[in-house]
Design a protein around this ligand. Structure first.
Ligand SMILES: [Zn+2]
Ligand SMILES: [Zn+2]
Length: 425
């Protein structure tokens, strides 16, 4: 990495927990820890962030009703805002956004908040801040691979559910109803099926998918080719999909949901991570059916909304823009490389911040220069008047003699009064 201008971040640059691992932190958790580190409630921080980005906030706004860690556009927006404010890039990795073009929406969000009590207890034992894992946000996975226990959703102290992060003030790991530690429980032993799913999901979360939007259909075609010699009817029948659902994936932009992908992985003898990395060249599906089964949900449809970009090249272009003689704004820079500002902060944070910082310093210097010119002009008007034998001049009279551009400078009377004061008039 080149030495970049890294202006001090507006919010603390907290390091996300478990980055690049199956235990990666969720953005919900990160947000709560960030609020805590600023001595604020999560609710207050949410409202501050929205106001900072001039986003309207309704009076009934409840931060915890928003899904910060999901695949939604809203999650992506929050990840970008927090990346911009903290200077920590790739915060979308703490959400399911990177998989949005691969995973159908239905069946992905858990019905209630879940956690592994052993993970939280271990965080505490190892003197780490307890944090919430992104893996707990994927409904089909209901176990912790690390501790071989089922995820739980009720507080061991007060037995209430949805007490993980649905409150104005949240300390990850503690019940929002009674304040008790959510890790004070042994956990029940997970089934082999649940552990298999947890392993797949964990591997999936370790890295961004390499399959781009336009690679999804070719990947599905390869899947059907290898698992059913390209026969859609046979493929659907054998693995319990509806034929129209599979057609929908191939022709209408539909997407298999997570359970459908897991069914493909299980029966095809291939990891979810390998499928999403497009590592299918040497893959041969086994003849034998596996010993486990995964109950299927209905097949989904969902829009395709993102595309894979060459970030190395984009970052290089952004770096080159830092050498332009005339500094440009971050919006202009984004337009030139054909990306959104949100994505720039998520995937090229240092470059985006350096461009924004350079432009803001440039604007400040332009403003200071204009003000200096203006003061010279005011001084000249005054001198002329004094030379003509008058006692002095009112600020209003000076203002009337300026050209319309100078008249509209913000704080113009303040500048005039400063010049008057300096001449003791
Ligand atoms: Zn665990
Ligand atoms: Zn409780």
């Amino acid at each position: 990495m080149n030495a970049m201008n890294n202006p001090r971040s507006t919010l603390h640059a907290l390091t996300p927990m478990g980055q690049g691992s199956a235990d990666v932190e969720s953005l919900t958790s990160y947000f709560c820890r960030l609020a805590h580190s600023h001595g604020m409630s999560a609710q207050k921080l949410a409202i501050w962030v929205l106001a900072h980005f001039e986003h309207p906030v309704s009076e009934k706004y409840d931060w915890h009703q928003r899904k910060l860690s999901s695949m939604s556009v809203e999650s992506e927006q929050w990840a970008a805002w927090l990346s911009e404010l903290t200077g920590v890039d790739a915060l979308d990795r703490l959400t399911l956004v990177p998989w949005r073009h691969l995973l159908g929406m239905p069946g992905i969000a858990p019905k209630s908040d879940r956690w592994c009590p052993c993970c939280l207890a271990e965080d505490k034992r190892d003197s780490r801040e307890p944090y919430l894992r992104l893996a707990w946000e994927l409904a089909p996975s209901d176990a912790c691979l690390c501790h071989k226990v089922q995820l739980t959703s009720t507080c061991p102290h007060c037995r209430h559910s949805n007490v993980r992060n649905r409150a104005a003030i949240v300390v990850p790991g503690y019940c929002t109803a009674c304040g008790g530690f959510l890790g004070d429980e042994e956990g029940t032993v997970a089934t082999p099926e649940s552990l298999w799913v947890a392993r797949q999901v964990g591997k999936m979360l370790e890295q961004r998918p390499r399959i781009a939007v336009d690679g999804v259909v070719p990947l599905l075609e390869t899947v059907i080719e290898r698992m059913a010699h390209g026969q859609i009817a046979a493929f659907s029948r054998r693995y319990g999909f509806s034929k129209s659902g599979v057609w929908h994936w191939l022709r209408k932009g539909g997407l298999p949901n997570l359970k459908a992908w897991l069914t493909i992985a299980l029966n095809g003898g291939i990891g979810l991570d390998q499928l999403f990395a497009g590592a299918v060249d040497d893959w041969r599906a086994p003849e034998e059916a596996p010993q486990m089964t995964i109950p299927l949900a209905t097949s989904p449809r969902a829009g395709i909304t993102s595309r894979e970009l060459d970030w190395e090249a984009i970052r290089a272009k952004l770096q080159a823009m830092l050498a332009l003689p005339m500094p440009i704004s971050i919006n202009e820079a984004c337009e030139r490389v054909g990306i959104g500002r949100k994505h720039a902060y998520l995937r090229a944070n240092a470059e985006a911040r350096a461009i924004a910082d350079r432009h803001s310093r440039y604007r400040t210097s332009v403003r200071l220069e204009r003000e200096a010119d203006l003061k010279v002009r005011i001084g000249e008007i005054l001198e002329e008047r004094l030379a003509a034998g008058y006692e002095g001049m009112s600020a209003r009279e000076i203002w009337a003699r300026l050209d319309s551009e100078a008249q509209s400078v913000s704080g113009i009377f303040g500048h005039i009064n400063q010049v008057l004061a300096s001449k003791r008039l």
